[in-house]
Every structure is written in structure tokens, then in C-alpha cells.
Design a binder for this molecule. Structure first.
Ligand SMILES: [Fe+2]
Length: 228
């Protein structure tokens, strides 16, 4: 992705967060120059990749297949310095902007519509070969146990949520005609490097074409700027 595209996406996102009155943690507004003044006191942010995370999943078309997320808090599965067993993210999902079908081996997560449009979610169980299963899906929708046919589509309205158990394949996008969606995630500790099983192979952290300076750093860039 071009840095200019990432910068524009982040500026747009800041406007949407403000419109939705969702206040972000301080590190979300630090610039590259701010990061140059930071040292080991900020290691938790860098080591756990808190902050801005933008991916087009290798599609080359962020508005069609892509996701903007901010990891607000997280622990580490393998670093004993960060035993926090939970994580929280806030995401923005555009109309028809797809996050491709995937499940998590370790993480259980609740996906929450925090406001805006409606979130379309498609669900399948995985089978023993990690392929799509045709068995019924049983999910908890805000505490209500619900049985759905494989591949069913549900729409989460603002305030509604779904629990994604381990091994449950899910894809999601903003429902057409309803506007973009502010989406929360509350989960166990998250590791995007090892715990995402995509049905079709995708890219996760895009290569960046540096056509202009960064407006905000992405969550895997802090160490390049921090004081040693
Ligand atoms: Fe997920």
C-alpha cells in the first residue's frame, strides 16, 4: 500500500471516531517525531503492537478487501512481561469492505457493533481438516444461544454482538446502504502473527510504498523511531 493511502485512511478514521464520540488512547495520536522522544517506558505499546493497524490482506484494494483496526490493549502469549490475558480492539468496517473468512486457533473473541451501520457476518464451523463444514453453527448472540445453518448471514445492529469461539470461521463487512460501522472486539490475548487461520491465504501486514511521510506510525513501526 502507498503511505499516502494509509495516511488518508487514518485521517478519515480519526474523523469517524470523533463523529462516533469514541475517544482513543494517547498513543493513537503520537506522530513519528513524538515516537523519536519515546524509549523503553513505551515498550509495552511496541512489544504488543498496540495502535494503528491497516491491512488490505494483500488484495491491493483496501476499500473492497481490507480492515482498519486499533489495538487498544493486549498481552503476549509468549512474553512473560505481558501476562495480560485479554485484548481490546476498535475497528472501522466500510460498506461491502470484506474481512476474509478466517478462524482463530487460540483466541475467543466477541465482535461488537459499537455504532454506525450494520455489520454483516457469515459463519461456518471448520472441520477436522480446517475446511468449511456444512454442520449447523451454534453461537451466542448477546447471551442468546442461536442455531444457524452453515454459511448463514447475520446482521448485527448497533449494540449487538456475537461470540466467536475457537475454530468458528467468520467473515464480515458493512451492510450495503447502512454506512460504515464502528466495530469493537473484546477477546483473549491476540497474536496476529500466529493465530489467524485464513481459509484462503492472504497477506496480513502490507509492504509500504513510502511516497510521503507517515501521518501516524503503524503498530509494527515504533522500534525504528524509538530511542535505543
Ligand atoms: Fe477474527
Amino acid at each position: 500500500m502507498k503511505r499516502s493511502e494509509i495516511n488518508a485512511i487514518i485521517r478519515d478514521a480519526e474523523n469517524f471516531f470523533a463523529e462516533m464520540r469514541f475517544a482513543l488512547p494517547p498513543f493513537a495520536s503520537w506522530t513519528a517525531d513524538d515516537w523519536r522522544t519515546k524509549g523503553e517506558e513505551c515498550a509495552e505499546i511496541a512489544d504488543n503492537s498496540l495502535g494503528w493497524d491497516i491491512t488490505d490482506f494483500g488484495s491491493g484494494d483496501f476499500s473492497r478487501v481490507g480492515l482498519l483496526l486499533i489495538t487498544i490493549r493486549n498481552g503476549s502469549l509468549d512474553n512473560p512481561l505481558y501476562p495480560k490475558p485479554y485484548a481490546e480492539k476498535i475497528m472501522i468496517v466500510g460498506e461491502n469492505q470484506v474481512t476474509p473468512t478466517h478462524f482463530h486457533w487460540s483466541k475467543q473473541e466477541d465482535i461488537i457493533n459499537r455504532g454506525g451501520g450494520e455489520l454483516a457476518v457469515r459463519l461456518y464451523n471448520s472441520d477436522e481438516n480446517e475446511a468449511l463444514s456444512d454442520t449447523d453453527v451454534v453461537v451466542s448472540l448477546d447471551g442468546v444461544k442461536t442455531t444457524l445453518k452453515a454459511g448463514s448471514l447475520i446482521y448485527l445492529k448497533p449494540g449487538e454482538s456475537i461470540t466467536m469461539t475457537r475454530g468458528l470461521y467468520h467473515s464480515f463487512w458493512g451492510r450495503e446502504g447502512c454506512g460504515k460501522v464502528l466495530v469493537g472486539e473484546v477477546s483473549k490475548t491476540n497474536d496476529d502473527n500466529t493465530d489467524n487461520r485464513f481459509l484462503e491465504s492472504t497477506g496480513r501486514f502490507p509492504a509500504i510504498d513510502e511516497d510521503e511521510p507517515p501521518y501516524r506510525l503503524l503498530c509494527n513501526e515504533y522500534r525504528k523511531y524509538m530511542k535505543k
